[in-house]
Design a protein around this ligand. Structure first.
Ligand code: GLN
Ligand code: ZN
Length: 765
C-alpha cells in the first residue's frame, strides 16, 4: 500500500480568519488567553478532521502556530533572548513580545529579527544563540498537540523542526562571543531533543516528521558530520524519523543523507523533480521509505495526476509500494485553505485550482491509484482530474500570439538606453533642473482610514466611480501641495488609488485572476492575498497615466511616475506553472514598457519602477543564480529602457544586502536607485564605493517602519557619513521606503527635517 501524507496545514482557520482575528483580539486586550487557546484549538481540530476526512494517512500536528513555528520552537527550547526575561510577563506574552515587540505598562522591548523562510514570502523569527543558551524543554508542543489530535479522534504524525536547521537558521545573540557559531551548540541541544522525541514515543507516535530544510542549501555540504552524529543519537530513542527536505534539491548532500539512520526521507519533486532518479538510486540499498513531494505546497494549481502517478510508479518499481509515500511537496502553509470559500471565480477557473484542503484530497487519490485501488470514487476522481487537466491544457494553448511573438522578438538593443549614464545625467540635469542633493520620497503617502473607507464604499457600490475619482483627486492634490509647501524637489502623487502595489497592476492587466479569501501567511497575523497569473499577460491600456498627469498638472515641479516592476509583480503573485517564470516576467516587462513610454509621452520626466522583490526571487542554490539574475535584470531593463535620454529612471529596493548580487544591481542601469540604509549602517555604501558604482543613489536617511521622527541633526549626521563615502554629485535624499503605513503627523515632521538636512548639505558640500 502506498500511503499519503500532508506536511503541514495553514493556520488561519476558515474564510473567517478565526486565528488571525483571535490573536489580534488578544493583543488588543479584547479576549483572554483562554479564549485565544480555545479559538486555536477549534481551528486545529477542524483541520485535523478535515485532512483525515480527505483520506490522508499521515496527518500533521504540532506545526500549528499562533505566530510562527520557529518562534514556538525557540520558546519550547528556552531559547529566549535575555531582553525578554524578567519583565513580569506570562509565557504567552513573552512569546508575543519576542515576535512583535512590546510597548506597554513600563515594558519596552523591540521585536526579534524576522527573516524570509527560504525563498517563500513567509517570515520566521530568527532564534538567537550564545554559549550561555540554556536549552531545556519548557513545554512539549509535539506531545501536547499529538494528544489533542488524538482526543479529536485523529492519530497524527507530529512535526518537529530539526536540530541542525534550528541552529543554522539562528544567529549569534548580542551576548555571544566574537566568532561564536550556533552550530557549536549541537551537543548541548541534542539531549533536549532526545527528551522531546522519547516523550513522543511514549505518547504513542509511530512516526515523527523532522524538518531539516537546510539540507537543500549549498551550506549544508559541510554539515555531514553534524547530521550523522545528531541522527545517530536521536534515532534510537525516537519514533520512526521522516527526515524532511523541501523547496529545492539535495544535490551532493544526498551522499551523506542516504546514510543517516532514519526511517524515511522526504524530497520536494515540485521544485526539484530532477532529483528523483538519483534519490531512488541512493536509498534503494537501504530500508528508507521515500516520501515523494508530488503535490505542490507552494502553488495553487491542480496537480496533474497522470504526471504524478508516473513519478510515483517509478519509485514503486524500484522500492516497492510499502516504501513509497505520496506527499505534498512542503507544508501547505504557503497555500490558501480551501477553494470552497471562493464564490466569485467562474466554474472554469475554479476547476484549475487546488488549495490546501483540495491538495490533501489529491495526495490521497494519487496514493490510492498507485496502490491499485479499485474503488469507484478513486476512479471517478482520476477521471475528473484527467478531464480538468485536459481543459486547463486547452486553455493554456490559447496563448496570446501577439504577446508571445513580441517576447520572442525582443532585441538586445531594447534593453539598453540610448546613451550611457554619464551622458544621460547631463541631459537630465538640464531637463529636470533639480538642485544638488535632490529630495524625494519613495512614492506612497499615508493610506489613511478615509482612503480605505472610500475604496470600501466604491467596492460596495455606496459611492459611484466618479465620486471615488473626485475623492482620490483631492488626496493627490493634498499630497502635491504638501510637498510643495515643505520644499521637496522631485514630487510624487502619493499612490492613494492603490490598494496594493501588485494587486493594483494585476487588476488592470490581462492574465490575472483574483480571489476573495485566498489568504496566505506572511508573518505573525499578517496575511496576503496574492493575485494568480493564469494566462499571457498584456496591458489593456494605460494604468497610471491618468493619475500621474493629473498630479503633474497641479505643479511646475517635476512629478515622478510610479510603477511596480515586472519581477516584483511576478514574485508576489502565484505564477503559472505551465510556462517559465522568465516568460511571465518578460510579458510583464513589455506591458510596463508601454506604460513607461506612455508616461513619458504624457509629460512625466522621472519614472520609478519598484523592484523590492528582486532579491527574494533568488534561487536557493547558487548554481541557479546567474540564470535568474540574467532574466530578472533583463526584465527590469526591458521595462525601463524605451524612453529618451532625458527621462530619469528610478528604482527602489527595500533592503541593502547587495554584496553578493552587486553586479546585477549595476547592470539595471537605473539613473537613480533608492535603498534601505537607515538600519544597516554604512556598510552597503562601502560596497557601492568599492565597486565604483557610477549612477545616482538615494540611501534612505531614516527608517519609515517606525513612527519615530528623526531629528534634523540626526539626518545631517547621516548625510555626512554618507558623503564621507559617496561623491556628492550622486546623492539623492529620501526616506528608506514608502510612507503608506505611517500617519500624517510623523510623516510631516520627518520630511521637514529631511528637507532641512538636504539644505544643510547644499550649503556645506
Ligand atoms: N512605491 C511603493 C511605495 O512607496 C514602494 C513600496 C515598497 O517598496 N514596498 O509604497
Ligand atoms: Zn521599500
Amino acid at each position: 500500500m502506498v500511503a499519503s501524507s500532508v506536511l503541514g496545514f495553514p493556520r488561519i482557520g476558515s474564510a473567517n480568519r478565526e486565528v488571525k482575528k483571535a490573536v489580534e483580539a488578544y493583543w488588543a486586550g479584547k479576549i483572554s488567553a483562554d479564549a485565544l487557546t480555545k479559538a486555536a484549538a477549534e481551528v486545529k481540530k477542524t483541520s485535523w478532521i478535515n485532512v483525515k476526512a480527505k483520506g490522508v494517512d499521515f496527518v500533521p500536528s504540532g506545526e500549528f502556530s499562533l505566530y510562527d513555528h520557529v518562534l514556538d520552537h525557540s520558546a519550547a527550547f528556552n531559547v529566549i533572548p535575555t531582553r525578554y526575561v524578567g519583565l513580569g510577563l506570562s509565557p504567552l506574552d513573552v512569546y508575543f513580545a519576542m515576535g512583535r515587540g512590546r510597548q506597554s505598562e513600563g515594558v519596552d522591548v523591540p521585536a526579534s529579527e524576522m527573516k524570509k523562510w527560504f525563498d517563500s514570502n513567509y517570515h520566521f523569527v530568527v532564534p538567537e544563540f550564545s554559549d550561555e543558551t540554556d536549552f531545556k524543554l519548557n513545554f512539549n508542543k509535539a506531545v501536547e498537540e499529538f494528544k489533542e489530535a488524538q482526543a479529536a479522534g485523529v492519530t497524527t504524525r507530529p512535526v518537529v523542526l530539526g536540530p541542525i536547521s534550528f541552529l543554522v537558521l539562528g544567529k549569534p545573540s548580542k551576548e555571544a562571543k566574537p566568532g561564536f557559531q550556533p552550530i557549536s551548540l549541537l551537543p548541548k541541544l541534542l539531549p533536549v531533543y532526545k527528551t522531546l522525541l522519547a516523550d513522543l514515543k511514549v505518547a504513542g507516535a509511530e512516526w515523527v516528521q523532522i524538518d531539516e530544510p537546510v539540507l537543500v542549501l549549498d551550506t549544508a555540504a559541510s554539515l555531514g558530520k553534524q547530521f550523522s552524529s545528531a541522527y545517530a543519537e536521536l534515532a534510537p530513542v525516537s519514533p520512526k524519523i521522516l527526515l524532511t527536505t523541501y523547496f529545492s534539491r539535495l544535490d551532493s548532500n544526498l551522499t551523506y543523507v542516504a546514510k543517516l539512520p532514519v526511517a524515511g526521507l522526504h524530497i520536494d519533486l515540485d521544485r526539484a523533480p530532477g532529483q528523483l532518479d538519483e534519490v531512488i538510486a541512493a536509498v534503494k540499498p537501504t530500508s528508507i521509505v521515500l516520501s515523494l513531494g508530488l503535490v505542490s505546497g507552494r502553488n495553487i494549481w491542480k496537480t496533474d495526476f497522470a504526471a504524478a502517478i508516473k513519478s510515483g510508479q517509478k519509485a514503486i518499481d524500484a522500492l516497492g509500494q510499502d516504501r513509497v509515500v505520496v506527499a505534498t511537496s512542503s507544508s501547505l502553509l504557503h497555500t490558501p485553505v480551501t477553494l470552497a470559500s471562493e464564490t466569485k471565480l467562474t466554474p472554469e477557473q475554479k476547476d484549475w485550482f487546488s488549495f490546501a484542503l483540495e491538495k490533501a484530497g489529491e495526495v490521497a487519490t494519487i496514493a490510492a491509484v498507485l496502490s491499485g485501488s479499485q474503488d469507484a470514487k478513486v476512479a471517478a476522481a482520476l477521471e475528473e482530474n484527467t478531464a480538468s487537466i485536459a481543459k486547463r491544457r486547452a486553455f493554456e494553448a490559447n496563448s496570446d500570439d501577439a504577446v508571445r511573438k513580441r517576447v520572442a522578438a525582443v532585441t538586445p538593443e531594447q534593453l539598453e538606453r540610448q546613451s550611457p549614464f554619464a551622458v544621460r545625467k547631463e541631459i537630465q540635469a538640464k531637463h529636470l533642473n533639480l538642485p544638488k542633493f535632490p529630495t524625494t520620497t519613495i512614492g506612497s503617502f499615508p493610506q489613511t482610514k478615509e482612503i480605505r473607507q472610500a475604496r470600501a464604499k466604491l467596492g460596495k457600490g455606496e459611492i459611484t466611480e466618479e465620486e471615488y475619482e473626485e475623492f482620490i483627486k483631492k488626496e493627490v492634490e493634498t499630497v502635491v501641495r504638501f510637498q510643495e509647501r515643505i520644499g521637496l524637489d522631485l514630487l510624487v502623487h502619493g499612490e492613494p488609488e492603490r490598494n496594493d502595489m501588485v494587486q493594483y497592476f494585476g487588476e488592470q492587466l490581462h492574465g490575472f485572476v483574483f480571489t476573495q479569501n485566498a489568504w496566505v501567511q506572511s508573518y505573525g497575523s499578517r496575511y496576503v492575498r496574492p493575485p494568480i497569473i493564469v494566462s499571457d499577460v498584456s496591458r489593456s491600456g494605460p494604468m497610471t497615466v491618468k493619475w500621474s498627469s493629473y498630479a503633474q498638472s497641479l505643479t511646475k515641479l517635476p512629478m515622478k511616475g510610479m510603477l511596480t516592476g515586472p519581477v516584483t509583480i511576478l514574485n508576489w503573485s502565484f505564477p503559472r506553472a505551465d510556462v517559465s517564470r522568465e516568460l511571465q516576467s518578460k510579458q510583464l516587462a513589455l506591458a510596463l514598457r508601454d506604460e513607461v513610454i506612455d508616461l513619458e509621452k504624457a509629460g512625466i520626466s522621472a519614472i520609478q519602477v519598484d523592484e523590492p522583490a528582486i532579491r527574494e526571487g533568488l534561487p536557493l542554490r547558487r548554481s541557479d543564480w546567474d540564470a535568474y539574475l540574467k532574466w530578472a535584470v533583463d526584465s527590469f531593463k526591458l521595462s525601463t529602457a524605451g524612453v529618451t535620454d532625458q527621462l530619469q529612471t528610478h528604482s527602489h529596493f527595500c533592503y541593502s544586502d547587495f554584496d553578493d548580487i552587486f553586479p546585477s544591481i549595476q547592470r539595471l542601469d537605473a539613473d537613480v536607485i533608492s535603498i534601505e540604509a537607515s538600519k544597516s549602517d554604512m556598510k552597503l555604501l562601502n560596497t557601492f564605493k568599492q565597486y565604483g558604482y557610477s549612477n545616482q543613489i538615494g540611501p534612505g536617511v531614516y527608517d519609515i517602519h517606525s513612527p519615530r521622527v528623526p531629528g534634523s541633526q540626526e539626518i545631517k549626521d547621516r548625510l555626512k557619513s554618507m558623503l564621507d563615502i559617496l561623491p556628492d554629485s550622486l546623492l539623492f535624499v529620501n526616506p528608506d521606503c514608502g510612507l503608506k503605513t505611517r500617519g500624517w503627523k510623523e510623516t510631516e515632521a520627518s520630511l521637514v527635517n529631511l528637507v532641512e538636512g538636504a539644505k544643510w548639505a547644499r550649503e556645506n558640500y
